[in-house]
Design a protein around this ligand. Sequence first.
Ligand code: FMN
Length: 164
Amino acid sequence: MEIFDAIAKRASVREYKGEPVDKALLEKLVDAGRRAPSARKVEPWEFIVVTDQKALKELGRIANTGSFIKDAAACIVVYSSDTKYYLEDGAAATENVLIAVSGLGLGACWVAGDKKPYASEVSALLGVPKEFKLISLIPVGWPLKEPCQEKKRSLADVLHREKF
Ligand SMILES: Cc1cc2nc3c(=O)[nH]c(=O)nc-3n(C[C@H](O)[C@H](O)[C@H](O)COP(=O)(O)O)c2cc1C
């Protein structure tokens, strides 16, 4: 899919068909994530691909704003080491994954990680050392229905020329 189509069609998908997603496609998504820009080229990210059904159910239970993780074929969990720009770098990687998801016709949703009280429980489940920050959980699956576009602020509303 053309890049601007993939961006325009991206929407949070929280309902999935109960079909698996190929390992190669999941790797493609992580490959997109790792190509994000990072401050001082630190590349602080780590990506955990979870496909085990029991673990997905546990993630959905622990991360209560992402209970739908339990229905996904996989969840890509993005971590950053605790660098100065860990959040910006991790967010850039997350968005790269989401655009790649859209480009492949898959569905996903950014589930909050950083600042959430459940972050430490997610890390314990996945065996992540304490010094790493949970950036996001990205459940991935084949969309159950056509992704529903939320109304966005218009270009005219957000675009300023030369000055605010
Ligand atoms: C930092 C961040 C955290 C988010 N956390 C959650 C979450 O925990 N659960 C959820 O269902 N959606 C979450 N979302 C998805 C937003 O609700 C969604 O992006 C927003 O409603 C716009 O819809 P769209 O993604 O379809 O454009 C999060 C998005 C961002 C950027």
